[in-house]
Design a protein around this ligand. Structure first.
Ligand SMILES: Nc1ncnc2c1ncn2[C@@H]1O[C@H](COP(=O)(O)OP(=O)(O)OP(=O)(O)O)[C@@H](O)[C@H]1O
Length: 877
């Protein structure tokens, strides 16, 4: 055995070997050490004919999947070695061989995985220029193929799918990203495969053969040569490690990035689409609000919809029509949701059936789920919208499969398919006959027990059974003397003895013979039934997808009704006009009545950029995110939290919000911010929506202000970008851009002053904010009075210093541009003002400057006034 173990391990060096021995899987040597450490199991030793005992660790057969899954989730690969019938030998001859390899991306044990998430494995083929990508979920049989041409887009795709495993060619790199880092931080298992996997002819041949076609165009892949190679390599890898064909993959979905709204990874995170930024949990995300699905399939589909909004107006409108119809047919919708409720994860059940791991209870669950389909079809028959009609057509009631399972499997079958007791009486004559023999045998045993008690006078004589000795007569020591001579001893215990008689032996043969035959016959019939269902894989899958889609529409309709959403109009003119918009998540977190709604208006012409000012905590971020989320929700085909909304389709949403860390570790917050801004400026188009929150905050005030200013100039310029933009800032100077740059307008979030305190009105109004109120907000937050007083004094000093600096600048500018010499040192505002006067020969400006009463202005007003003068001076010279 040990020799075979070592050979098998040598053939699978990167796997932990689960070696089946009887009722246990055993691991040896370093595998045993890893398993005992990771799973906190006892490490023992086994001699196995070796001189020294080999370190050994074991897990029971029935619990192996749980242990195996835990190892795989930690990034290990596990090879499972079992006894199988040797196809080369006569029937009944067995050998030990690796039956499957389980990797993070191919772990099908749905019990221990989050069913609302897909478990993706991704293939990447990089030729130094482009990335060919293929993405598969072994359990749900989703299979996507695409190509991207920049490392950023490749990273975005990885972030979109968050695969558990990536297989790639040797050349794979993403410049600027350390692959080891990707592995570590995103917990992705990455395997670089041998070059022959990615051989273009071989890989494409694997793909074509799998789909029984001779042309890539038949799969819609003619435009994806790189993606096809990656798909072929992935297919080959999966076939090899699963040691079986991939029958469930009967469909490949190529997609062009242009079919979906592009969301880069930071935007996906910032908008908290499927999990919150900080806690990384679903509660508090957009998905949390929208997901009222009843099935795991529906939950998965909604999640991927949220991550991939559409860009095609017709497709969006069709989805909205379906949601609309379900919204307005409340009774029918709720009836449908009732029917969806008991439906199990048909996609995962289907895969278990195909992989022959489905047990009798799985088939029963399958039957109970499928039993709902005719009722669903009946209710759907009254619906008229295109997508619902199509769904109804795609739902096969699968009544033949349901009838087959119903005829065969009993009401409460065991979990294991090898324990017997699976089939209904009357399903198979031979099963019925053997069952009778078995029950009759039990009756005979009871009769024999009574007879022997009477014959021997041993009152507590019992006929018992165990796996090692079979049936035996047990006599306690107190009756030992009454044991007749024809009893043959089988075993002696401390307080009893066990015997058998020829009659008991004969009975045992009949009963156990019947039992063994019955178990293997039941298993065989169960297997036949399972294989028959597996041959219908494609019908089941189409139905499962249609049910998932119906569940998504019904969930969106339910949420729209419950949360008072409206149907968005969709336009392709680039107009975004939201009246009374609300933040879908924030309004759920508070009493809905308390959320103050706001309008958003952006277009491709006069209203491209909104500069939004307002104190901290006023609601700027909430407002900007809500606008982005409403656009995104509309493009998913979902109703939106607003009184009315007209949404011009956007090709991308970019966000730059707050401080965030990124995969590109080792960079400062400001560096990350600038990287993201650079990415936006490079990739945004006139059809994009940009949410920029406090750009430039991470550096010194004047550098930050200058960067923010230049960014707005660049974005608003139609020749350069011209994207629709919401730009929140604490740099009030930026409000000067209104009127200077075409399409730029000021908005602020209103607050009311109440003595030293402020009241947040949360309403967005045209115009710029006059003050920043930072210290007032700090006071609201409960900072001690002495700190607040000190902060007020410091801010006054700071602002005055700024004014001195500014005045100095003006003066110096005056010297150099006006030609007059200025030698006096300048160290306060008055001096600056005087010296400035010396340099200026223009009477009008001198008068203006003289009349400036800085001491009665807020520091900011003073700065602005001096700024304006500076501009005037410059313009004159
Ligand atoms: N329209 C609204 N109605 C009711 N409450 C709101 C509204 N908008 C925001 N809020 C509340 O105000 C809080 C602060 O909002 P937000 O973070 O958007 O402010 P901000 O102006 O971006 O602040 P900062 O400049 O400090 O980042 C939110 O957490 C929310 O509870």
């Amino acid at each position: 055995m040990m020799q075979h173990y070592i050979q098998t391990k040598d053939a699978n060096p990167d796997c932990i070997l689960f070696y089946r021995l009887g009722d246990f899987y055993e691991m040896f040597f370093e595998d045993a050490e890893i398993v005992s450490k990771e799973l906190e199991l006892t490490l023992t030793g086994k001699s196995c004919g070796l001189e020294e005992r080999a370190p050994m660790c074991g897990v029971p057969y029935h619990a192996a999947e749980t242990y195996l899954t835990r190892l795989v989730q930690r990034g290990y690969k596990v090879a499972v070695c079992e006894q199988i019938e040797d196809p080369k030998e006569a029937k009944g001859m067995v050998k030990r061989a690796v039956t499957r390899i389980v990797t993070p991306g191919t772990n099908m044990d749905a019990m221990s995985l989050d069913e609302s998430k897909n478990n993706y494995i991704m293939g990447i083929f990089f030729d130094g220029d482009k990335y060919g990508l293929s993405i598969a979920d072994v359990t749900t049989a989703d299979f996507f193929v695409t190509e991207v041409d920049s490392n950023r887009s490749c990273l975005d795709e990885i972030n979109k799918y968050v695969p558990s495993e990536i297989i790639c060619n040797e050349n794979f790199t993403i410049s600027g990203i350390d692959i080891a880092d990707l592995k570590e931080r995103m917990q992705i298992s990455i395997a670089k495969l041998d070059v022959h996997y990615f051989d273009d002819r071989l890989a494409v041949a694997v793909l074509l053969e799998h789909f029984h076609t001779s042309r890539l165009s038949a799969l819609g892949l003619e435009e994806f040569p790189m993606g096809s190679i990656s798909a072929g390599a992935l297919m080959k890898y999966l076939t090899e490690i699963q040691k079986s064909s991939l029958e469930q993959f009967n469909h490949v979905q190529p997609y062009l990035n242009g079919n979906f709204m592009l969301l880069d990874s930071s935007t996906r995170r910032n908008l908290e689409l499927v999990e919150t930024l900080r806690e990384k949990q679903k509660r508090g995300s957009l998905l949390w609000v929208l997901d009222k699905t009843k099935t795991a399939m529906g939950a998965r589909m909604l999640r991927s919809d949220v991550e991939q909004p559409l860009t095609n107006a017709d497709l969006i409108t069709n989805r909205l029509d379906a949601v609309d119809e379900l919204l307005h047919n409340m009774m029918a919708r709720e009836e449908l949701r009732e029917y969806l409720n008991p439906i199990y994860d048909l996609e995962r059940l289907n895969t278990r059936i195909v992989y022959q791991t489905a047990n009798p209870r799985d088939l029963l669950a399958f039957k109970n789920s499928v039993a709902m389909l005719p009722a669903i079809k009946t209710v759907l028959a009254d619906f008229k919208s295109k997508n619902l009609v199509e769904l109804s057509e795609n739902i096969d009631s699968l009544s033949d499969i349901c009838a087959d399972i119903d005829a065969a499997i009993c009401e409460e079958p065991p979990i294991s398919s090898r324990d017997g007791g699976i089939l209904k009486d009357g399903y198979n004559e031979e099963v019925d006959r053997l069952r009778k023999a078995k029950t009759e045998g039990k009756k005979w045993l009871a009769e024999l027990e009574v007879k022997e008690r009477e014959r021997t006078g041993i009152k507590n004589l019992k006929i018992k059974y165990n796996k090692v000795f079979g049936y035996y007569l047990e006599v306690t020591n107190s009756y030992k003397d009454l044991v007749p001579a024809d009893y043959q001893r089988k075993q002696t215990l401390a307080n009893a003895e066990r015997f058998f008689t020829p009659e008991l032996k004969e009975l045992e043969d009949t009963i156990l013979g019947a039992e063994d035959k019955l178990i293997s016959l039941e298993y065989e019939l169960f297997r036949q039934l399972r294989n028959r269902i597996a041959s219908e894989v494609s019908r089941i899958q189409t139905t499962a997808k249609a049910i998932a889609r119906l569940d998504v529409y019904a969930s969106l309709a339910y949420v729209a009704e419950k949360n008072h959403y409206c149907r968005p109009k969709i336009n392709t003119r680039g107009l975004i006009d939201i009246k009374g918009g609300r933040h879908p998540v924030v309004e759920q977190m508070m009493d809905q009545q308390l959320f103050i709604d706001n309008d958003t208006y952006l277009d491709n012409k006069k209203q491209r950029v909104s500069i939004i000012t307002g104190p901290n905590m006023a609601g700027k971020s909430t407002y900007m995110r809500q606008s982005a989320l409403i656009v995104l929700m509309a493009q998913i085909g979902c109703f939106v939290p607003a009184k009315s909304a007209n949404i011009g389709i956007v090709d991308r949403i970019f966000t730059r919000v707050g401080a965030s860390d990124d995969l590109a570790s080792g960079q400062s917050t400001f560096m990350v911010e600038m990287n993201e801004v650079a990415n936006i400026l490079r990739n945004a188009t006139k059809d994009s929506l940009l949410i920029l929150d406090e750009i430039g905050r991470g550096t010194s005030t004047f550098d930050g202000l200058s960067i923010a200013w230049a960014v707005v100039e660049h974005i608003s310029n139609v020749k350069l970008i011209g994207a629709k933009t919401l730009f929140a800032t604490h740099y009030h100077e930026l409000t000067e851009l209104e009127g200077k740059l075409e399409g730029v307008h000021n908005y602020c979030i209103a607050v009311k002053e109440n003595g030293d305190d402020i009241v947040f009105l949360r309403k967005i109004v045209p115009g710029g904010a006059d003050k920043s109120y930072g210290i007032a907000v700090a006071k609201l937050a409960g900072l001690p009075d002495e700190v607040i007083d000190r902060a007020n004094r410091i801010v006054t000093q700071l602002c005055e210093n700024d004014i001195v600096d500014l005045a100095k600048n003006i003066a110096v500018e005056g010297q150099t541009t006006g030609g007059k010499k200025q030698t006096k040192p300048l160290d306060d505002v008055d001096k600056a003002q005087m010296s400035f006067l010396d340099t200026v020969s223009d009477d009008a400006i001198i008068d203006e400057l003289r009349n400036l009463d800085i001491s009665h202005m807020t520091p900011l007003e003073a700065m602005n006034a001096l700024n304006e003068l500076q501009v005037k001076v410059r313009n004159r010279w």
